[in-house]
Design a protein. Structure first.
Length: 518
């Protein structure tokens, strides 16, 4: 019996050994034969480097000596000198690395085993893929080592991992050039579609008519920066725009709020949509007609295709991942970020200016990749506050905070200016400026610049079109004097017919007994 037990245990030990070999016995991804073939082809045909120069770099090669040979070839190409066996040998000699590469014998072997460069692009692509695979293996190994290190904070490990993976993905995104004919055809088709549109809009309408006239709507792949000093109404502006787009027109959009929680954000949207003062939404002291007004309009907000995310200190890598999923699953047509300076680039930057530059550049790249407009709010520096006079309070491009790259990367830069905030109640012509907001389009890469006047209703934190409509107009009045008497008569009739009077239906000073539909 003991012998039988011993025989049964032996295969189990062998199985464990085999699994260990499977887990740890891998070789680094490589294609050394193809590396030699590509190097040989580069030295026998003069135009071969032009076909693979953008695809390969010295680190793409696995063997050290092949890296040095390709570096010599790359240096010759930069110096616009001929590339052949003799020039490469001489270049390696001047670099002091000829003997480390195997001497002239190895260089002659590279060219001797290749007949032509017919398949050099295909071979180079395989080498590039092997290099990417090695990068990912190194990346995963570093993440694993950091995760096992108990002295490191897990959040720091996550941030570093996100940043490094994003850098790897950015390094390997390459687009080739195309002949202009298909691009012209695409532009012509877009022109015909635009001609059929009576509104003249080619992009996503903001709901602010004068603004849409200048921009023709927010265009696909554009990065729009909306900047202002604190308390000027940046969040109120984008929430008013979100209400116009998602609630009124049922267009799916996503809003990333790094400053406010989801509940705070929705409370402001309720105030904006239902036109109930924000302080009443906060303390719940609504009058009877305001509860009815809330009940009448809250369903509009509930059914809106508006997706909110309140992740604090959102990294550009997290945003990229979430944005891709939102576009794939919900067909998002616009992304709003509140606000840019609260984002982080993932760590590893020398200063904050460099990090903000990376964030703005990445946002522009994300807009192009997803082919949708991205609106990012931004803070301004204190230069506005230090300038004197009415004109001095108007923001300028130089006031953008922390990075000149924001101005460079953005397709449109808008400023929000409310003269009333600086106690300026009349302009030079004596016109009333109270309740007036200016949207200053300071940069427009593909169109005109100019100023747009809107109305700002502070009690609802709401921007609206600057028309003849009263600033304090309400979407529906439930307590007019004329209707109050009619409701009183109806309540009396309802009581006599067995229906409860209004005071009985709202016994707590206006709070309904039945729960609202939200």
């Amino acid at each position: 019996m003991p012998e039988n037990n011993t025989r049964k245990r032996t295969p189990a030990k062998r199985t464990v050994q085999v699994r260990q070999m499977d887990d740890y016995g891998h070789l680094q991804p490589q294609a050394v034969d193809l590396e030699r073939a590509v190097l040989g082809a580069l030295m026998i045909e003069s135009d071969a480097y032009l076909r693979v120069g953008e695809m390969l770099k010295p680190d793409s090669f696995y063997e050290i000596r092949n890296q040095k040979v390709y570096q010599a070839i790359q240096n010759l190409a930069i110096e616009e000198k001929p590339i052949d066996m003799l020039t490469v040998t001489e270049k390696l000699r001047s670099m002091g690395e000829l003997e480390e590469c195997g001497g002239p014998v190895y260089i002659s072997e590279l060219t001797g085993n290749v007949v032509s460069s017919a398949h050099i692009e295909y071979h180079a692509k395989i080498i590039a893929q092997k290099y990417l695979a090695r990068q990912l293996i190194t990346f995963s190994s570093e993440v694993q080592t950091s995760a096992f290190d108990e002295t490191q904070d897990v959040d720091d490990v996550m941030q570093s991992a996100e940043s490094n993976l994003f850098k790897i993905s950015q390094q390997n995104i390459k687009r080739d050039y195309v002949q202009i004919a298909p691009v012209v055809a695409q532009a012509y088709e877009q022109l015909k579609i635009a001609a059929k549109n009576d509104t003249g809009l080619t992009g996503l309408a903001s709901g602010f008519y004068d603004l849409d006239k200048i921009t023709s709507g927010w265009q696909k792949s554009d990065l729009i920066i909306i900047a202002a000093r604190p308390a000027m109404g940046k969040t109120a502006f984008v929430l008013s725009m979100a209400k116009n787009i998602a609630v009124n027109n049922q267009v799916p959009i996503a809003l990333f709020s790094l400053e406010m929680s989801n509940v705070q954000l929705v409370n402001r949207l309720i105030s904006n949509t239902c036109q109930i003062p924000g302080d009443k939404i906060k303390n719940g002291q609504l009058m009877q007609y305001e509860w009815m007004q809330l009940d009448a309009h809250i369903s509009e907000l509930q059914s809106a295709p508006l997706y909110v995310d309140d992740t604090p200190s959102l990294s550009i890598f997290e945003l990229r991942t979430k944005a891709r999923r939102l576009c794939r699953e919900h067909g998002i047509k616009l992304i709003i970020i509140d606000y840019l300076q609260l984002m982080n680039g993932g760590g590893g930057y020398g200063n904050r200016q460099e990090e903000v530059s990376t964030i703005s550049r990445s946002l522009k790249g994300l807009a192009k990749e997803l082919n949708i407009p991205i609106i990012a709010l931004s803070q301004l520096n204190r230069g506005v506050e230090n300038r004197e006079g009415a004109e001095g309070k108007r923001p300028q491009l130089s006031d953008l905070r922390e990075s000149g790259a924001i101005e460079q990367d953005a397709d449109i830069v808008c400023f929000i200016h409310r003269p009333e905030y600086y106690h300026l109640y009349e302009d030079s012509q004596g016109r009333d400026l109270r309740g007036l907001a200016e949207i200053i389009i300071a940069k427009h890469r593909n169109g005109a610049v100019g100023d747009v006047r809107l109305r700002f209703v502070s009690e609802y934190a709401r921007f609206q079109n600057n028309d003849k409509e009263s600033i304090h107009s309400e979407p529906q009045t439930f307590e007019s004097k004329k209707n109050r008497k009619a409701k009183g008569d109806a309540a009396h009739a309802g009581t006599s017919a067995g229906m409860p009077a209004e005071d009985e239906r709202f016994p707590l000073g206006g709070v309904p007994q039945d729960p609202l539909p939200f």
